[in-house]
Design a protein around this ligand. Structure first.
Ligand SMILES: Nc1ncnc2c1ncn2[C@@H]1O[C@H](COP(=O)(O)OP(=O)(O)OP(=O)(O)O)[C@@H](O)[C@H]1O
Length: 310
């Protein structure tokens, strides 16, 4: 198990990470979520012993990896946010170069290169120089480098930034496969809610250096359990109708879009029939009325008052 205990990093007079407490069990995919500048990269740089903390500790199987990082370094693969590849080398040559740094040689190195290229779906393009690769292919090779020494734990710092949806999907599916087939422990940082929702069972949410929520997806969404959101859609809404919904005694607040209105009501209130009655009264033809399950995005908005991608 990996534990972060009161982990803190102060740059001059500002805290990038403050008293961060987290744990990651063997074989779990844990998500670390937060907007730009939340402190995610700083936290995982300390976790992978690339950066010295100002305070606190990181423990792997009860041993401090701040004091003695070498054992942890052998079992961890780090995928950095910035692509760290040689553009003028081919995929195969890049893997060979980094493999040697991991002390791999000869047949073992060749076998690992073949295996990693297969895992990241680049076997066919192995002889091409990286500068000809698409953003998504570079991202995949960046992940491949971290897999060369068969890590037990992989730490990924926003590995899908700036790529097309197809490559993004490929990466997400690959991470899931590593976890299922190889029981790899994964710490996945992102500022995309949907990625973390798809991949992770347990989630930590950071904002401005602090942890603002943690738990399973279900636990985190329960933060919003005192309210329910109803989505109604129509080709057009009239001002009278909007005012009537907004001023209804059971409605907490509404968000008005061009063709959709979100109506937030207390959990216990059933507004369905009431909404339909008011729509009929104002001759609004509703195309749908749905109960909207809360998303992690809603949780973040609720906790911070800001959207995650501000
Ligand atoms: N070397 C540094 N010197 C001074 N301040 C820093 C340094 N590194 C990070 N910071 C500050 O610490 C805060 C957290 O940054 P960090 O990069 O960890 O956030 P992040 O959540 O990873 O965001 P991003 O998604 O943009 O990488 C930011 O305010 C950043 O400006």
């Amino acid at each position: 198990m990996i534990e972060l205990v009161d982990l803190t990093k102060k740059f001059k007079d500002a805290y990038a990470v403050k008293n961060l407490n987290m744990f990651i069990e063997k074989g779990e995919i844990v998500g670390l979520l937060g907007p730009n500048g939340a402190g995610k990269s700083t936290a995982i740089s300390m976790l992978s012993s690339l950066l010295d903390p100002t305070g606190g500790d990181v423990r792997y199987d009860n041993k401090s990896i701040i004091k003695s990082p070498s054992a942890f370094r052998k079992v961890v693969g780090m995928v950095p946010q910035e692509i760290a590849l040689y553009e003028d080398l081919t995929a195969e040559e890049n893997l060979r170069f980094f493999g040697r740094i991991y002390q791999l040689r000869g047949k073992e190195l060749n076998r690992k290169i073949d295996e990693v290229l297969e895992q990241i779906g680049l076997t066919d393009r192995r002889k091409e120089v990286v500068k000809k690769y698409s953003g998504g292919m570079k991202r995949r090779l960046n992940i491949g480098v971290a897999l060369l020494h068969d890590p037990e734990v992989i730490i990924m710092d926003e590995p899908t930034v700036g790529i097309d949806p197809q490559s993004r999907n490929y990466i997400l599916e690959t991470v899931k496969r590593f976890n299922e087939e190889r029981k790899m422990t994964v710490l996945y940082t992102s500022h995309y809610m949907e990625e973390v929702e798809f991949l992770c069972d347990r989630i930590y949410i950071m904002d401005k250096g602090n942890l603002i929520a943690s738990g399973t997806k279900e636990e985190i969404k329960r933060i919003l359990s005192s309210e329910n959101t109803i989505s109604i859609k129509a080709e057009r809404f009239s001002t009278d109708f909007i005012e009537s919904i907004k001023n209804h005694p059971s409605v907490n607040r509404i968000t008005v879009g061009e063709k959709e209105i979100l109506i937030i009501v207390p959990r216990a209130v059933n507004m369905f029939s009431e909404v339909i009655r008011i729509a009929e009264q104002f001759h609004i033809e509703l195309s749908s009325v749905d109960n909207k399950a809360p998303t992690l995005e809603d949780v973040f908005l609720h906790l911070t008052g800001r959207a995650l991608r501000d």
